[in-house]
Structure formats: C-alpha cells, structure tokens
Design a protein around this ligand. Structure first.
Ligand code: AMP
Length: 202
C-alpha cells in the first residue's frame, strides 16, 4: 500500500503514520524526519536545509525529491510506504507521480486530515512541552512564531494539493479533530473500503 498523508503542521500526520506502520507493516517516510537527521549529521543537505527549516519555510523541491527518490528504492519500501509531509508542493506532487510511474507503481490513497486551524498552535505548543518533559529534544520550529510561517507556507504551497488530488479522484478526507484513536479508525475504515465517518471533502 502506498499512501500520502496530507494536512497542515500539527494535524497529526506523524502520529497516524506511526499507527499505520504498525498495522500495515510498511515504513513511514517523513521528509521532516529525514531532513532533521541530515541537519543533525551536518550532511551537505542538512547544512543547506537548516536555516530554511528553522524559519518555518519549505526546503527546495530538488532536495526533497532527491531524498524521497533514493528512499523509496530501499528494500523496506518494496511492500509500500506512507508519505508523511511529502509532497508539499505541486512540483513535488508531479515528481512523486513520475517517480512511481518510472517504477510501474501507483498511489492507493491520499488522506487529508481535516482540522480546525485554531486548534493547531495549541497542539504544537503541547508537543513541545511533552518533548521537553520527556527529556527529548524540542523542535526549534515548534513555537508559535515559526508555526505561523509554517501554516502560511502550508496554505500557499501545500493546500493546492487538495484540489490536485481531488481532481484525480484520489482524495479521502478524515475528521482530524476526532481523538487519536478515532482518526485511526476513520483511516482504517476508509482503507478497508467501509467508511463510517468521513469528513466533507470525500
Ligand atoms: P515536518 O516535520 O513535516 O513538519 O517538517 C519540518 C520542516 O522540514 C518543514 O517546515 C520544512 O522546512 C521541511 N520539510 C519537510 N518536508 C518537506 C517537503 N516535502 N518539502 C519542503 N520542505 C519540507
């Protein structure tokens, strides 16, 4: 199964992706995690991406497309994968389509987590507090000021993908304001074809 999880920062894409990893035994490909690893390791990509990420802006399409193209050829992706935080621009959406077509593969679904923006800043602040309490590093971009920029980037560059995938008949919406288990159930239901509760855009 090959899925895309779409939604603004703080919508719960990472949390839901981890649950899908357990259920379907396919890896979560989070470009955010991959870029953070590159920043930490101070690779050439990491050095280029760091300031852009800290500012809440998007890293260039060329960089992320190359990271994903390399990652999907690894053995653990043979049975499928969950794209979390990628694609984030129309150019990336075109790139992933070509990448998959070149490999004779396709996407099974694009799942949009439909959320109320007003709840998102609170979620991000909570994520930062929980990471700090657990002694984990706190993401530099998980603060209200950078979050505003991340949300602006989302609306400018990523939200157009909702129309893009809707027009292709691939978009499935779930109510991302439900609790974590509820969102997981909605996703599982729509993947098994028995939608129980589906949000507006389906
Ligand atoms: P995330 O963990 O998905 O919230 O991503 C954290 C940051 O990494 C974003 O704010 C961007 O700076 C960068 N990033 C992650 N994925 C992408 C992508 N697909 N395209 C461009 N930049 C990305």
């Amino acid at each position: 199964m090959r899925l895309i999880l779409l939604g603004p920062p703080g919508a719960g894409k990472g949390t839901q992706a981890q649950r899908l990893v357990e259920k379907y035994g396919i890896p979560q490909l989070s470009t955010g995690d991959m870029l953070r690893a590159a920043v930490k390791a101070e690779t050439p990509v990491g050095l280029k991406a760091k300031a852009v990420m800290d500012a809440g802006e998007l890293v260039s399409d060329a960089i992320v497309n190359a990271i994903v193209a390399e990652r999907i050829d690894q053995a653990d992706c043979a049975g499928g994968f969950i794209l979390d935080g990628y694609p984030r621009t129309l150019a990336q959406a075109d790139a992933v389509e070509s990448m998959l077509a070149e490999r004779d593969l396709g996407l099974d679904a694009v799942i949009e987590l439909v959320v109320d923006d007003r709840a998102l800043v609170g979620r991000i602040v909570k994520r930062a507090e929980e990471a700090a309490a657990a002694g984990q590093p706190v993401r530099k971009d998980d603060n209200p000021t950078v979050f505003e920029e991340r949300l602006r980037e989302y609306y400018k560059k990523t939200a157009p993908l909702i129309g893009y995938y809707y027009a292709k008949g691939m978009l499935k919406g779930v109510d991302g304001m439900d609790d974590i288990d509820g969102v997981t159930r909605q996703i599982e239901d729509l993947l098994s074809g028995s939608e129980r509760k589906v949000a507006a855009r389906t």
